[in-house]
Design a protein. Structure first.
Length: 68
């Protein structure tokens, strides 16, 4: 097991950006403090309506530098 990796969470949203915003709010951090991996992008509904399938991302915190 790699001790340099922080725990990660999975978040869903109507879009990838929506999911990122939700994750930042949940973790109370800025965009620069997280690493985002897209698990799956949203699937558009019929005629471009609200997403038929939400976007899903995996978010982990960036490791802080030793001198911070």
């Amino acid at each position: 097991m790699d001790n340099n990796l922080s725990k990660s969470i999975e978040v869903e949203g109507n879009t990838v950006e929506d999911a990122i915003k939700k994750a930042m709010n949940m973790l109370k951090v800025s965009r620069e403090e997280i690493i985002v991996k897209i698990v799956c992008e949203e699937k558009k509904g019929l005629f471009g309506m609200k997403a038929a399938k939400p976007a899903k991302i995996k978010v982990s915190l960036r490791k802080k530098a030793e001198n911070e």
